[in-house]
Design a protein around this ligand. Structure first.
Ligand code: AMP
Ligand code: GLY
Length: 420
């Protein structure tokens, strides 16, 4: 099978790494890829948000199967164009991508299928929004309706912060994404991520993980795309996962199908869990980054069979085989991230890092020039390891991190602190 993966981050490196191990994979191309991906696959330059360009690339290269990594091509409808051209694709339609791209869309779906989530109201008028917030009281959560690169959520512990967030968002801080705000009840509990493949009808859980959103140790500092993750998430016990499947995800998938916009791809349910009851925080329509990296390390080569069955609508015939193991990934980021940071700094010591089925370094933002690996993004490396226990995975991953020589980088020392 000739396979094309769209994307170029740590998520896509881990997908490529796992897919490449499957003997059914003949040729693997990743667009745009990065320096780490280039070590295991061909990288191509391609406008991955242009469906027609991707479809003609597939025809040129005799691609049999496309896997879409990030949300932008999904929201742009690339999967729709590929399906219209009879190209097998793993990834949801543009209509179904609204589960991530519109918070009010997701809220309406939850209402229609009675899925437990925070109570909410939505507004386009700042005065009306502020008087609602004053009535409800703090803490309260203010969200820009559309995609805002993970920055469109303010958890306001007091009313002044809530009012300021409303003014910022409706005042155009996020452009069109903030033309409407969703105001939500503040949910207490522990957060975890639940990943499920859906072929439009059948839903198949493919793992749980916990991310670390803040930049610094002790969950301090600004929000980031994620500074480290581990899998499985102990808070998502079998009983809680079953509840999330029965009460939230399956009803969502049924509702999407009923509306004529079936969901086919991976659903990433961000859950808040309190006293054994999960409630939905948000959906994403892609694998999490860096959560994907720990899932791929645990699933390995079988992920290709699972994604392929999902794309063919045959999920009912497959099951993941789980080892009773744990995986952890540590994000190494450029000093200054998520704010401004230097590009082009040299990373040394990567040649000596292990590259086995239980420890490897996934690249996120890197390029290679003159035989040297340089940092080109905010999140740059994802050092990933697994072990019989989370403690083993932790020791193995940090051992590798400590051997990497990159003075301009930083990382958190406390990934996994909740579970350890
Ligand atoms: P979102 O982009 O919707 O995932 O929100 C980003 C983060 O804000 C989440 O991961 C939560 O930590 C927090 N958050 C969002 N909505 C709520 C809520 N209703 N109650 C408490 N925390 C929330
Ligand atoms: N790590 C969080 C995300 O992928 O959205």
């Amino acid at each position: 099978m000739n396979i094309l993966i769209l994307g170029g981050g740590g998520r896509e490196h881990s997908l490529a790494w796992a897919i490449k191990q499957n003997p059914k994979c003949d040729r693997l191309i990743v667009a745009p890829g990065n320096a780490g991906i280039a070590q295991i696959a061909d990288c191509a330059t391609l406008d991955i948000e242009d469906g027609d360009a991707v479809a003609s690339f597939c025809a040129d290269k005799a691609i049999d199967f496309v896997v879409i990594g990030p949300e932008a091509p999904l929201a742009a409808g690339v999967a729709d164009v590929l399906r219209a051209n009879d190209i097998l694709v793993f990834g949801c339609s543009g209509a179904a991508a609204q589960l991530e791209s519109s918070k009010s869309f997701t809220k309406a779906i939850c209402d229609a299928c009675n899925a437990p989530t925070a109570a909410y109201a939505h507004f386009t008028d700042a005065e009306a929004a502020k008087s609602y917030v004053t009535e409800q009281g703090a803490p309260i959560v203010i969200k820009a309706d559309g995609l805002a690169a993970g920055k469109g959520v303010v958890v306001a512990m007091d009313l002044a912060t809530a009012h300021a967030a409303i003014d910022d968002m409706l005042g155009g801080q996020f452009g069109d994404a903030g033309a409407e705000v969703v105001i939500e009840e503040f949910m207490e509990g522990e957060e975890a991520s639940f990943f499920l493949l859906c072929d439009g009808e059948t839903v198949l859980p493919v793992g749980t993980a916990q991310d670390h959103k803040r930049a610094f140790d002790g969950d301090k500092g600004p929000n980031t795309g994620g500074m480290g993750a581990y899998s499985p998430a102990p808070v998502l016990t079998e009983a809680v996962a079953q509840k999330a499947l029965d009460e939230i995800v399956q009803p969502t998938v049924t509702e999407m199908a009923k509306r004529g916009t079936p969901f086919q791809g991976v659903l990433y349910a961000g859950l808040m869990i309190k006293d054994g009851q999960p409630r939905l925080v948000e959906y994403n329509v892609r694998f999490g980054d860096p959560e994907c990296q720990v899932l791929m390390m645990r699933l390995g080569a079988q992920i290709l069979d699972l994604l392929h069955a999902c794309a063919r609508g045959e999920l009912a015939n497959v099951r993941p085989i789980w080892a009773d193991d744990h995986a952890m990934t540590i994000v190494m980021a450029a000093e200054g991230y998520p704010g401004s940071y230097e590009k082009g700094t040299v990373i040394k010591g990567l040649d000596a890092a292990p590259d086995t089925s239980s420890a490897t370094v996934f690249h996120a933002g890197t390029t290679e020039a003159n035989g040297q690996i340089t940092a080109t993004g905010g999140r740059v490396l994802n050092v990933t390891a697994r072990g019989a226990s989370l403690k083993d995975a932790h020791a193995s991953a940090y051992g590798i991190v400590d051997a990497i020589d990159w003075p301009e980088g930083f990382f958190r020392r406390d990934i996994g602190h909740r579970a350890l």
